[in-house]
Write a protein that binds this ligand. Structure first.
Ligand SMILES: Nc1ncnc2c1ncn2[C@@H]1O[C@H](COP(=O)(O)OP(=O)(O)O)[C@@H](O)[C@H]1O
Ligand SMILES: [Mg+2]
Length: 159
């Protein structure tokens, strides 16, 4: 399993940008990790690379934020606050059918409604100190396309 050590919020954004540069239509990125791990920070770097000029914001209260102006339309979702019966209010299938890039924070509640192929990342703080900017990102690709995506993104990140 691939792991990457990240030492700053800027590097986390760079990783997001590397994932964006190497993303293809219909890619699905699942982000796990505690609050404050850096999931939204990564997605901000990703959105900027895709050409989103307004700030990419956490969709915690809206569940979905659409950035259709991006080179690859970005659909950013966060199911942290979702109640089981709220699920029907989101047209997940509709989003999956669009040739864009879907990023999901807290995907556990919707795993049954997702395709089998996706790239799952787990972000963890590795120091006890709250101020520490050190994180480890674990890459867990499902399917060939996602294995290739990880390889391409890491190559891009190293350059
Ligand atoms: N290496 C790092 N990667 C990502 N964020 C970091 C890092 N170091 C410090 N931070 C800070 O930690 C916070 C992460 O918040 P956020 O990205 O909203 O987390 P999450 O979406 O996982 O809850 C931000 O304030 C960010 O500036
Ligand atoms: Mg977040």
């Amino acid at each position: 399993m691939t792991k990457l050590e990240i030492n700053s919020a800027e590097s986390m954004q760079k990783l997001g940008a590397s994932l964006a540069k190497t993303a293809k239509p219909h890619d699905l990125l699942l982000l796990n990790g505690d609050l404050g791990a850096g999931k939204t920070t990564m997605t901000q770097g990703l959105g900027r690379e895709l050409g989103v000029r307004r700030p990419v914001k956490s969709p915690t209260f809206t569940i979905v934020r659409e950035y259709r102006e991006a080179r690859l339309p970005l659909f950013y979702m966060d199911f942290y606050r979702l109640e089981d019966d709220d699920l029907s209010s989101i047209d997940l299938e509709g989003y999956l059918a669009e040739p864009g890039l879907i990023v999901i924070e807290w995907p556990q509640l919707v795993m049954n409604d997702l395709p089998n192929e996706y790239l799952q990342l787990t972000l963890t703080r590795v120091d006890d100190s709250w101020e520490s900017t050190k994180r480890v990102v674990k890459f867990d690709p499902h399917g060939k396309r996602n294995e290739e995506w990880v390889k391409a993104a890491l190559t891009e990140y190293d350059e």
